[in-house]
Design a binder for this molecule. Structure first.
Ligand code: ADP
Ligand code: NI
Length: 218
């Protein structure tokens, strides 16, 4: 099977698996955006195998451990099963496996056992989809999905609010991009999040700080 056909068949298998995902921040459309962003970044490089980038992007969230009791093996196993069933060359399967096992933020903090330009690209694309307007939507959707408040101004509650997640993670991502292309794309998305948060806090305290002086005829 040629690379284009392989990518098409994998895309439709992943779509089938994720289209009914109950958390919209990790559904087929997240994968689709990461796939498209990854291929765009990959085009800037001459000496890479862009089919690895596309396959890894497509398979990186096939079974996110968050939705499988923290089991980190289900995703890589499902991905491997799909690739093996399509007679993908062994070295390609190994590289894709390494990417999807090492793409996440958490893994980078813990250990760094594998690196490749293809991994760097997919990681950048995944991070780009976590920031900007889409990133904001995904964060509030996931926060709602796990029952977190939008924001909690008390010190105790702060830990588990979605707004706090911006400070713990999302606002740090622009400085963690691997590629120049992603760094450029990240800037606009980052600035939009900063503006968004300014508005959020302004509105949060608006009633306290402004009292209506004139009664209206409403
Ligand atoms: P990675 O896939 O790099 O390990 P995550 O799975 O933590 O990263 O993040 C994927 C998406 O889920 C991001 O859009 C992120 O903002 C969102 N997310 C993760 N944890 C939280 C949280 N506690 N509150 C809100 N959104 C979250
Ligand atoms: Ni992802």
């Amino acid at each position: 099977m040629d690379n284009d056909t392989l990518i098409k068949v994998v895309a439709s298998a992943v779509k089938k698996e994720l289209i009914n995902m109950k958390e919209a921040g990790h559904d087929w459309w997240h994968t689709y955006r990461v796939w498209k962003l990854s291929s765009y970044i990959a085009k800037k490089y001459d000496n890479i195998d862009s089919s690895i980038v596309e396959l890894a992007a497509l398979l990186h969230d096939i079974a996110d451990a968050k939705f499988f009791n923290g089991n980190e093996e289900i995703g890589p196993e499902k991905a491997r099963k799909i690739l093996v069933s399509l007679n993908t060359p062994k070295n390609k399967i190994e590289h894709v496996d390494n990417i999807i096992r090492n793409i996440s933020f958490r893994h980078e903090v813990e250990r760094k056992p594998f690196s490749s330009i293809e991994l760097s690209i997919v990681q950048d694309a995944d991070r780009l989809d976590a920031i900007g307007a889409i990133g904001i939507a995904r964060a509030f959707n996931y926060g709602g999905f796990i029952g977190n408040p939008l924001y909690s101004p008390t010190v105790d509650g702060k830990k588990d609010s979605t707004v706090n997640h911006f400070y713990e993670k999302l606002l740090l991502l622009k400085d963690r991009m691997n590629t120049e292309t992603a760094r450029k794309l990240a800037e606009k998305r980052h600035n939009f999040m900063v503006t968004y948060l300014e508005h959020f806090f302004e509105e949060w305290d608006e009633i306290k700080t402004k009292s209506p002086k004139n009664k209206t005829q409403e």
